[in-house]
Design a protein around this ligand. Structure first.
Ligand code: SAM
Length: 205
């Protein structure tokens, strides 16, 4: 259930962090610029990735949290994309099988209740040959980042509405039945230590 206080706070927090995050993620985010046709942004939030899509792109934003919607609409309008918002969870996307050309998500599989179900839905709605691009923060190997992830796990999850610092999302994507998966790990250089270990990649249906 979406919390009206934390929902608004999260949207405001990500709006405040937008420039900072985008500067540091500009290189991996080029993945999203490769997508075309009908594109689904799962867990679109305020829409920070709209700026990577071509103007005129038809974008279906799956965003269950209504407190993100006003900023999401503004991002889409600034980027000149055609936005349709679906206020449903990624575990139950209301789009037909094989109906979209591409899907993307960024910092979402950490937060969903059931990552395997969301990946199943993404695979279901993609047409054969369609691509899924992602950037996600993941569990770090043993070391200081891993320790920080363990220490903050509970308050972090509460504050960021279900965000887990310790998920093995690479394994989940590899196990999701895509025809191919290319991914690499990178370090998100920021003061937010628990999310320093990230993966970026492309999976093809
Ligand atoms: C950390 S924000 C990331 C937003 C945006 N993708 C970005 O890169 O800034 C996580 C987003 O996932 C959304 N989310 C949480 N649970 C979800 C679910 N089950 N299905 C789809 N989106 C979900 C949240 O509402 C929020 O917008």
């Amino acid at each position: 259930m979406t919390n009206p206080v934390r929902g608004r706070l999260n949207s405001a927090f990500f709006a405040l962090m937008d420039g900072y995050a985008d500067r540091r993620l500009r290189e991996p985010r080029q993945l999203f610029a490769q997508l075309d046709g009908v594109v689904v942004d799962v867990g679109a939030g305020n829409g920070p990735l709209m700026r990577y899509l071509r103007p005129g792109t038809a974008v279906h934003a799956v965003e269950p949290n209504p407190y993100f919607h006003p900023r999401l609409r503004r991002s889409a309008s600034a980027a000149g994309v055609e936005l349709t918002i679906h206020q449903v969870p990624g575990e139950a996307i209301d789009l037909p099988d094989a109906s979209v050309d591409a899907a993307l998500c960024s910092w979402v599989l950490c937060s969903v209740s059931d990552p395997a179900a969301v990946l199943r839905e993404i695979r279901r709605i993609l047409r054969p040959g369609g691509r899924f691009a992602f950037i996600e923060h993941v569990a770090a190997p043993a070391g200081p980042v891993h320790l920080a992830q363990r220490l903050v796990h509970r308050p972090w999850r509460w504050l960021f509405e279900g965000c887990h610092t310790d998920r093995d999302t690479a394994a989940a994507i590899r196990a999701a039945g895509f025809a191919s998966v290319e991914l690499s790990e990178f370090r998100f250089r920021s003061a937010f230590v628990p999310v320093r270990t990230q993966i970026a990649g492309l999976a093809t249906r």
